[in-house]
Design a binder for this molecule. Structure first.
Ligand code: MG
Length: 248
């Protein structure tokens, strides 16, 4: 069942979403060559707790950290570690928080110093594809209008969308119905209604869309080990336009 959020629920999600956005901004400022992803995790966790929230990922199915940090060919679910970022890397940071039982979830990919032109284009196209998807999160549209908009834009630009991982409904649980794929034909799935809350999250690869999971059982990497980027916002479906709950 897809739940419709009340105004009270949305206001709690707005706060959670705002904290997520602020954490991503703090991390963007901290990201530089030689910082470890564990240091980024500490910054995030401190910020989340200071804002009276809890990190949503920590302990989720045993995940050991407050953020996911996925470097270069890593797609999602990278575990923060003592690995140091290097000039030329790109790093995808995914952050989830809980405020009074309600969730916010967002991700962004950042360049570390100067990166290749292709990596910059991958980051740009992935972020834009998210906004093409969000533009479809309007009452009366079908769920897969979002999916189709993302896929079409990504593939027009010569990249591929990951199929094995998808966006999701969100509210008083991190993962609610429906699943929100980043590919597919338009006009399918449930009709969208104002007050549905969705985490839309395209994962976009430079090469093949196929991925595999490393032996740590978390880190998802591209099969061809080419770069991947990930952007995500939690949005509330609106009558005329979606409200981005994880924007500043
Ligand atoms: Mg998510």
């Amino acid at each position: 069942m897809i739940t419709i959020k009340s105004e009270r629920e949305l206001s709690l999600m707005r706060y959670a979403g705002r904290v997520v956005a602020e954490v991503l901004l703090e991390l963007k400022k901290a990201i530089r060559s030689s910082i470890t992803t564990l240091e980024l995790d500490r910054i995030a966790e401190r910020y989340i707790k200071k804002a009276n929230c809890q990190p949503a990922f920590k302990g989720y199915h045993g995940f050991p950290a407050s953020i996911c940090a996925s470097i270069n060919e890593e797609v999602v679910h990278g575990i923060p570690s003592l690995r140091r970022l290097q000039e030329g890397d790109i790093v995808s940071i995914d952050v989830g928080v809980i405020y009074q039982g309600y969730f916010g979830d967002a991700a962004a990919t950042f360049p570390v110093g100067h990166v290749s032109e292709e990596a910059m284009r991958l980051i740009y196209v992935t972020e834009q594809s998210l906004h093409w998807g969000i533009a479809q999160a309007v009452e009366g549209k079908h769920l897969t209008d979002i999916s189709h908009a993302v896929q079409e834009y990504v593939e027009e630009n010569g990249f591929s969308v990951v199929r094995n991982y998808v966006g999701h409904g969100i509210g008083n649980q991190m993962h609610e119905e429906p699943q929100v794929p980043n590919f597919g034909k338009p006009g399918r799935g449930p009709r969208l209604q104002a007050g549905m809350a969705l985490a839309i999250e395209p994962m976009v690869n430079t090469g093949t869309w196929h991925v595999e999971t490393l032996r740590d059982n978390w880190t998802v990497v591209t099969l061809d080990r080419k770069c991947s980027a990930h952007f995500e916002h939690t949005v509330a479906v609106g009558r005329e336009k979606a409200e981005i709950l994880t924007a500043l």
